[in-house]
Design a protein around this ligand. Sequence first.
Ligand code: E4P
Length: 219
Amino acid sequence: MKFFIDTANLEQIKEYQELGILDGVTTNPSLLAKEGIEPMEQLKKICEIVDGPVSGEVIGLKTEEMVNEARELIKIASNIVIKIPFTKDGIKAVKILEPEGIKTNVTLVFSQNQVLIAAKAGATYISPFIGRLMDSGQNEIDMLKESMKIIKIYDYKSEIIAASIRNARHVIESAKMGVHIATIPFGVLEKMFKHPKTEEGVKAFLKDWEKLQTQLKKK
Ligand code: E4P
């Protein structure tokens, strides 16, 4: 399973890039707004840290605006992916950008029908927002599982990104059903790393090792 980090924060990206487990980054207008830096500049800095795909989202709502923005965004770096909201205009934009070799990530996806349409349109990535589905009381795991079935049955080339991840269980559930990618917030990645028994074990091993050193010195 590929891990993307869902943030526009350079320190958080650097930390996981250095760990060697990062395959890409997703941003959105809200995440970029948090950083308070000119978005194109920030995306450029992110692309300097990460080799894998970096998603930057279009703001325009009309197909033509989206396509023009996409053509500007790809000038930032060769690993830029264009995030496009799931709307009729968005799907039209995907159809125009795909033959130009511009990679797209269809975002704000909440149903299996939307997954099927985005796949047919030739999206490189499709991002079901499972956390927001869960927040609204829907079964986010079933939606993801059934979406994966559709992709596999027809052998669509689109990769599914489990997005809007709220907790470590979301990552595990996605991995168990073979979801291609999880885009994970920094806080959830940190929780995936930690286990109290690991910390307890490291301390106990070190303590016993030091005890042995003291005993050996006495001999
Ligand atoms: C995905 O690419 C989005 O950036 C993200 O996962 C949105 O998640 P949220 O529901 O936490 O805003």
